[in-house]
Design a binder for this molecule. Structure first.
Ligand code: FAD
Length: 393
């Protein structure tokens, strides 16, 4: 099993119960915990039911980029979804980010190792430069607070002279995702919610206006259930298998670097990324493009090719890091939706069971906004907006 740098902080918290609650939430990743947080804010009693540990899935394996929008350039989003939806995607993810930074971290006084440097989506080559310059102009036109960095300005932020400029988004942050998960779980517990760790959900039944969630430790009775199982969804609900494709993402942590990287960096159409940690190390990942056929499934091994690719990229673009040492290598299973946006819906045969899955590499960017939409959806208060599964039908 591969272990991420964030897990140095995590510890298990097993407990057991058979409960009666308002909302049973399956999965204690950022999505399930955000749903639980929203439930307690609405006066509903949630139980998060997790087979392993807090943030045991992709939430404890990611790179901690809390970013606006999707990895795809704005121009591509406009082509794929239309201008109105592309604008809505950015607006929703901005609100999600504000909720993390202003509410969860600032108001609730939680230290999540925030790195407030902003992000640079940098051009890998002249082709990407042209796409990103057009995207930047469209974003400015649509009212977003972004600006174009020319080559010299991007060198200043990135500590590398190999990029062809980029889009700077000042409000983006780096975060410690496992500390975030622990903070939200503590908030949920202190507000009367339950977080059950080491409880595997084996089946969910609906009868007479309620659901029964059968776990390895007993049955939880609830008015509604919400699946937040992302890449693992098909193992519990095979009917959703075609909707969420498990894709492996890999990352590593490098120590002994200088502080020349002063922003979260996304580049090569979002396929490569790197960011500084508050303690001076760098977390970097990607290199999946060349291994698209093999980097799939739920396994969290770290095949050498991808890791070697990430390392070679870092050493090539930042020659000043030639003597840096890799301290952690890890991988995690992401749940890819068909169009890259999270999916929220209810099961056709059990309408009291909803799902909020398919975060496609952007769980930190959307989970808190998606949580509101998922609760609204399962309570029958309206659709789930840009996340609603209906968009694919
Ligand atoms: C290497 C890597 C880098 C990434 N970088 C970023 C990034 O920088 N920014 C970003 O926004 N996103 C990033 N992502 C994606 C991000 O991690 C995910 O989108 C996000 O964590 C999804 O959260 P989740 O809660 O939906 O799923 P998960 O965190 O995977 O949680 C699902 C949980 O469900 C539990 N579960 C499954 N089945 C059952 C069951 N039957 N019973 C009980 N529990 C069950 C699992 O154990 C798991 O804990 C990255 C992912 C990887 C792998």
């Amino acid at each position: 099993m591969s272990v991420s740098v964030w897990r140095d902080f995590s510890k298990s918290d097993p407990n057991a119960a058979s409960l009666r609650v308002d909302v049973a939430i399956i999965g204690a990743g950022v999505a399930g915990l955000a749903v639980a947080r929203h439930c307690v804010q609405r006066g509903l009693v949630p139980a998060v039911i997790e087979a392993r540990d807090l943030a045991a899935g992709a939430t404890g394996k990611n790179a901690g980029f809390a970013m606006t929008g999707l990895a795809d350039p704005y121009e591509s989003l406009v082509e794929r979804f239309g201008r109105r939806t592309a604008k809505e995607i950015w607006t929703v993810s901005q609100a999600n980010l504000r909720e993390i930074v202003d509410d969860v971290v600032a108001c609730e006084g939680v230290a999540c190792d925030l790195v407030p440097y902003g992000s640079v989506v940098a051009a890998w080559d002249e082709r990407e430069q042209a796409v990103l310059e057009r995207s930047c102009a469209m974003l400015v036109h649509d009212g977003f607070d972004v600006r174009w960095l020319d080559r010299a300005a991007s060198r200043e932020k990135l500590g590398s002279d190999r990029y062809f400029g980029g889009i700077f988004v000042a409000q983006d942050h780096g975060i410690h995702p496992v500390k975030l998960a622990h903070a939200v779980a503590a908030n949920v517990r202190s507000a009367g919610g339950h977080v059950l760790l080491g409880h595997e959900v084996r089946a969910i039944e609906q009868s007479r206006g309620a659901v029964s969630v059968h776990t390895s430790h007993g049955t939880i009775h609830a008015s509604f259930a919400i699946l937040c199982t992302n890449a693992y969804t098909r193992t519990l609900e095979p009917s959703l298998g075609a909707l969420v494709r498990p894709v492996r993402g890999q990352a590593l942590c490098l120590e002994g670097v200088d502080d020349s990287l002063r922003a979260l960096l996304y580049t090569d159409d979002g396929f490569q990324y790197a960011r500084p940690l508050p303690d001076g190390r760098v977390v970097a990942g990607g290199w999946r493009r060349a291994f698209a056929d093999s980097e799939v499934g739920l396994g969290d091994e770290c095949p050498e090719g991808v890791q070697a690719g990430i390392e070679a990229w870092l050493r090539d673009r930042w020659p000043q890091w030639s003597s840096a040492r890799v301290t952690h290598r890890w991988s995690g299973a992401m749940g890819f939706s068909p169009d890259g946006l999270p999916l929220i819906g209810t099961l056709a045969d059990r309408p009291r069971v909803a799902y909020a899955v398919g975060f496609t590499g952007h769980g930190l960017g959307f989970a808190f906004a998606a949580a509101r939409a998922a609760v609204r959806k399962v309570l029958g208060e309206g659709d789930a907006g840009i996340f609603d599964h209906a968009r694919l039908q």
